[in-house]
Design a protein around this ligand. Sequence first.
Ligand code: 6PG
Length: 242
Amino acid sequence: MTQEVLLYPDRQALVEAALALVVERILTAVNERQTCTIALSGGSTPQPLYAALAHADLPWQQIQIFWGDERYVPATHPDSNYGMTKRVWLDLVPIPAANIHPMPTDFAQPQLAAEDYERQIVADFGLEAGSIPIFDIILLGMGDDGHTASLFPHTAALSVVDRLITTGDKDGQPRLTFTFPLINTAHSVIFLISGMSKQPALAEIFAPTGDAAAYPARGVKPQGELLWLLDADAGAKLAIDK
Ligand code: 6PG
């Protein structure tokens, strides 16, 4: 794993840098492998990035879009990560519908949806069951508590190592999430983190030792590259070479 922490003066600069990095990595993947598989994070931080990607000149036919986690609500629900991304980005670009792979949220139980998405991903990558797909890009955010995707502190999801997708829960709202084995197999994992409220968790995550159960983002150690894109508010307490 190669890791790099990149600090930006404000959220706008963070988004502009993220746009350039994501576009570059999409084009590299398509040039090298004729396709790019990207898993998106939810929440508010990436939304301006997604809106900016709607204006990017990209080989949409060769881009496959997945989600790294999802709230277990219909796509029309205001909390839906898929619904947000569709509204600000995917409805505005000529990407084939078959290239968009939302997490299913219409099974009676979230566990059944997790199992279905796992089957879908393995099939979409043309792999045998039991294989771990290698995503070109996985975008992640981080909560104030140090969670990432829907891998929340001190939850069973953190220990799932024999599945690609599992379930979680946030304040009673069921979630679907990539597991660490799937995240950590990626070519490139990019965190986008903005705001002062993230400072305490980042300090714990960048501490030489710490508890990954308490701060799950510590568990993200991809075999490829790990980029942390932080604005100054989020990264102020980190001793980063300026
Ligand atoms: C989600 C996410 C989650 C998010 C963090 C940060 O579905 O909410 O994927 O992991 O990235 O909670 O959210 P903000 O970007 O809104 O701070």
